[in-house]
Every structure is written in structure tokens, then in C-alpha cells.
Design a binder for this molecule. Structure first.
Ligand code: XIL
Length: 354
């Protein structure tokens, strides 16, 4: 059994120590409506501002007990790194397996974390049976509808939001030619949102992508699409900015204004997969710049009321997707391989406190 969160116990103990035998006063947690104290976690600080602070987790990482324990105490939200993707949840046509996703939901429940569902539809990590098949539009529509309906119903009441469609746009703002677009045309996005809504009337429905944190053709395309979906009364509740940033490409232009304009459409915005990578080996200058960026992202979210929370894509360099995917890059997260704070941690804390 993994340990459950010990935050309030620790806070109470710390308070008792500080008071040194004086009459016990309630710990200053967000729950008490007071300013969180020095021992407050990132999530405590975010919660005091009406936001959540979370981290993704991949199933094997739950077996790393110190890692899982810190995740359970420091954060208020998690997202399965892989466990709810199509390859994992429908490995054969019509045969569903929710083992991996359920494991994370159970862990989250035991530790008081809320869960974002990720993701119902994506061009990547699809099962072979789906990508190798030849489907008529009718067949693929019914496959997609069944997948969305079954998964959303399974997690009804267990996830508060879904990345319904992930990475559906190209950099130039045209639709990505994934299997769904090629067979069904652009209307598949509205269909997917409607099917998700029918399966769970309450869950927040998001579109999610990378390179959309700043302004530009790709983020403009989402702005136009969400505006149209709203006009057509298609259910859409949020826009997810993955925020897989890299020092060598510069900070996204006008992130704060961009979040604001999406909020202006009447949707929530979430920072869904934040990490900030760099060329290895990392030096002190790069780590300082990374810290500054983490602070800037946090500030940008806090500046807009409808920016509901921030999720790191894993919280430590011990478990990160970056080195495996981006050759020679890494050191992307606020905790190092030994689960020690990096400058980025202090910068996030400062942004959440100021
Ligand atoms: C990544 C996972 O972290 C890896 O373990 C996996 O091998 C590939 O996918 N954008 C997304 C996430 O929406 O689902 C991706 O997660 C990272 C990029």
C-alpha cells in the first residue's frame, strides 16, 4: 500500500513545534482561508489562488515509492502519461482494458489528487489494429464513437476533464492529416466532442496541443476553431496548452495575452504538459533561465482567471520523456534525478506566492 498524503498532518506537527507548547492554533493552510505558510506545497499555494498544481505520472513510476510519495504530497492533480491512450485502453477492436488508467485513478483517489483524462483521440500511440485496417467512413465513425463513449463512461465521475482531441493541427494552422481527418473530414472534431458530452454531461472537454502557448498560425487555428464550435453550440469547455518548451527556441511570444484571448472565447485554459528542456549538460546559467521561464509560465496562468491549473509532464528529471525523444536534451523539470529541488522549483513557488 502506498502512503496517503500527509500534508495536513505535517503542517499541524510543524505548527505545534513552532508554537512550542503554546495553545495549538490551526495551521495556515488554504483550507483555513489564510495564506499558506513556508511548509505549504506547490498545490497548497496554487489552491490558495483557485488553481491546481499537478504532475503527470506513468504507471511504472508508481513502483518508485519515494517518487510516488512525493507526487502524492506535493501535487493536487495528476494525468496518466500513457495509461488512458487508445493503444492501452482498446488493444483489440471492441475489447477494452482500463487496468493502467484505473491504477492511476486509484492512486490519485488514495492521495487526494484529481485526474485529467488524456487522451481520447490522437494520431500517435494508436493500436495496430486501427492503423493497419482499411476503414470506410461509416466504420471509422462507429469505431471512434464506440471508443469515446466507452472510455468516457468508464471514467465518468473519476476524471474532471478530458483531452478529447490531441494535436489535431499542423504548425501552419491546417488540420493534421491523421486517420480521422483523412477518412471523416474536419467534422470528426465536433462529433468527438458531442459523443464525449453524451457519455458524461459534467466532465470538461478540451482540445490540447503543443506550440500553441504563444501567438502564431497554430494557435490562431485553435482560436478560430473554438470560436466556430461555440457558435455551432458544440460542447467545448477548455483549451490545453501542453507547453513542452525548450530553451534553445525562445520563450513563447505573448503567452499571457494568448491565454487571455482563449479565455475571452468563454473556455477554460490549462497548462497541461509543462516541461522546459535544454541541451545537455545543463549549466547554472541554463538552470537559471529555466527557472525564470517556469516563473513566467506560472505568472501567465495566474494572470488570467480562467487559467485553471498547471500540470508538469512528470516532476523530476528522474522520470521524463525528454531524453528518450529529444537526443542530447533533458534536465527539463523542477526536481532533479535525486528528487531535490532545482532553481525552477523556487521560481514556481515565488510566482505562486507573490
Ligand atoms: C509521451 C509520454 O510521456 C511517453 O512516455 C510516450 O512514450 C510518448 O508520449 N504530447 C502528449 C503526450 O500529448 O501524450 C506525450 O506523452 C508527450 C507529448
Amino acid at each position: 500500500m502506498r502512503t496517503t498524503r500527509v500534508r495536513s498532518v505535517a503542517l499541524a506537527a510543524a505548527t505545534a513545534l513552532l508554537l512550542g507548547g503554546l495553545a495549538a492554533a490551526p495551521a495556515a493552510t488554504a483550507d483555513s482561508g489564510k495564506k499558506p505558510g513556508a511548509s505549504a506545497t506547490l498545490h497548497d499555494l496554487a489552491r490558495a489562488q483557485g488553481r491546481y498544481f499537478g504532475s503527470a505520472v506513468d504507471n511504472p513510476e508508481l513502483d518508485d515509492t519515494p517518487y510516488a510519495d512525493l507526487l502524492g504530497t506535493e501535487f493536487g492533480q495528476t494525468t496518466p502519461g500513457n495509461g488512458m491512450k487508445w493503444y492501452a485502453t482498446e488493444p483489440q477492436r471492441g475489447v477494452f482494458d482500463f487496468t493502467a488508467g484505473d491504477e492511476i485513478v486509484d492512486y490519485a483517489r488514495a492521495n487526494g489528487l484529481k485526474v485529467r483524462g488524456h487522451t481520447l483521440l490522437w494520431h500517435s500511440q494508436l493500436p495496430d489494429w486501427l492503423t493497419s485496417g482499411t476503414w470506410s467512413a461509416d466504420e471509422l465513425r462507429s469505431i471512434l464513437k464506440n471508443h469515446i463513449t466507452t472510455e468516457v463512461k468508464h471514467y465518468r465521475g473519476k476524471v474532471f476533464a478530458w483531452d478529447v482531441a490531441n494535436e489535431i493541427m499542423n504548425e501552419d494552422g491546417t488540420y493534421r492529416e491523421n486517420i480521422f481527418y483523412k477518412t471523416l473530414g474536419p467534422g470528426y472534431v465536433a462529433d468527438a466532442l458531442r459523443w464525449a458530452r453524451a457519455a458524461d454531461p459534467k466532465v470538461k472537454l478540451y482540445l490540447n496541443d503543443y506550440n500553441v502557448e504563444g501567438t502564431g498560425a497554430k494557435s490562431d487555428a485553435y482560436y478560430t476553431l473554438i470560436k466556430q464550435l461555440k457558435a455551432d453550440r458544440v460542447p467545448i469547455d477548455g483549451f490545453g496548452m501542453q507547453a513542452h518548451l525548450a530553451l534553445q527556441y525562445g520563450f513563447p511570444q505573448q503567452m499571457r495575452q494568448n491565454i487571455k484571448r482563449f479565455a475571452g472565447l468563454g473556455v477554460d485554459v490549462a497548462i497541461t504538459e509543462l516541461d522546459i528542456r535544454m541541451l545537455l549538460p545543463a549549466d547554472a546559467t541554463e538552470l537559471a533561465q529555466q527557472a525564470d521561464w517556469y516563473g513566467q509560465v506560472t505568472d501567465a496562468c495566474l494572470a488570467v482567471k480562467r487559467c485553471v491549473g498547471i500540470t508538469l509532464w512528470g516532476y523530476s528529471d528522474r522520470h521524463s520523456w525528454i531524453p528518450a525523444v529529444f537526443d542530447g536534451e533533458g534536465a527539463a523539470l523542477p526536481w532533479d534525478e535525486n528528487l531535490q529541488h532545482k532553481p525552477a522549483y523556487d521560481a514556481i513557488r515565488k510566482a505562486l506566492t507573490d
